[in-house]
Write a protein that binds this ligand. Structure first.
Ligand SMILES: N[C@@H](CCC(=O)N[C@@H](CS)C(=O)NCC(=O)O)C(=O)O
Length: 239
């Protein structure tokens, strides 16, 4: 059995989508970060960076249990375990991996920082402008790519699409990411959103999202500061 430890955030949604796609039996265990559950010693033993998602597979390589953290590593793990959604070799494999890397290093961090400054520190024009510009830059690259190929890695749907799809969803309207202005991203989004696995993932994750929203609204300021790395939790200046 596979256990997915996480919440409803995009980095967890991508793993959930992959598990739906490969149709392996799995169970979701909600880690309520807004209650600080990711800082509990038992969770820290699974991921020293104390972030979700974490995947635990009772039947890993050589039949031994295997724990994997970092969503990109988890997608590669599941692709190699099942032989699906990642070309086994040749140029196609690297085309898919490079667009996975664009999501992991560009789409996620830039859009994540843009959202952070927009929601949690409005009025900091330099930061908000910088990350909005960086997010727009990477979405322009996605749009250009999707004007040339059906999917990010080429002709086949792959873990690059699975990783990117959740970051193009804006469930609240608060993220400010209206990617409808990118026609090729819009066409691709509709194709992925129409997949039965994506529909199942969105239905399940949106239930967890409702619980996450409630926890976030109730979270004590001290914990929010710890998660966001601010206030008393700001790292001291280096000398
Ligand atoms: N690079 C990591 C990012 C994981 C991440 O940022 N997780 C967030 C939720 S999306 C989290 O656990 N936040 C809680 C915290 O930072 O304390 C991945 O892709 O798995």
């Amino acid at each position: 059995m596979i256990r997915l430890l996480g919440m409803s955030s995009p980095n967890v949604q991508k793993v959930h989508l992959m598990l739906e796609e490969v149709e392996l039996p799995f169970a979701v265990e909600r880690i309520d970060v807004w209650k600080g559950e990711n800082f509990a010693p038992a969770f820290a033993a699974l991921n020293p960076n104390r972030k979700v998602p974490v995947l635990i597979d009772d039947e890993g390589p050589d039949g031994n249990p295997c724990t994997v953290f970092e969503s990109g590593a988890i997608l590669i793990y599941l692709a190699e375990k099942t032989g699906r959604f990642l070309a086994r070799g040749g140029a196609a494999r690297y085309a898919q991996l490079q667009w996975l890397a664009v999501q992991l290093s560009g789409v996620g961090p830039m859009f994540g920082q843009y959202t952070h400054f927009r929601l949690f520190a409005p009025g900091h024009d330099y930061a908000e402008n910088r990350y909005r510009t960086q997010a727009a830059r990477v979405f322009e690259a996605l749009d250009e790519r999707l004007g040339q190929a059906a999917y990010l890695g080429g002709g086949d749907y792959s873990i690059a699409d699975i990783a990117t799809f959740p970051w193009t969803r804006d469930r609240t309207g608060k993220w400010g990411g209206n990617w409808d202005t990118y026609p090729n991203v819009r066409r691709w989004f509709a194709a992925v959103a129409g997949r039965p696995a994506a529909r199942r993932m969105m239905a399940e994750m949106d239930k967890i999202w409702a619980a996450d929203r409630t926890s976030m609204a109730d979270a004590p300021t001290e914990l929010v500061d710890k998660i966001l790395g601010r206030g008393d939790f700001t790292a001291p200046p280096r000398v």
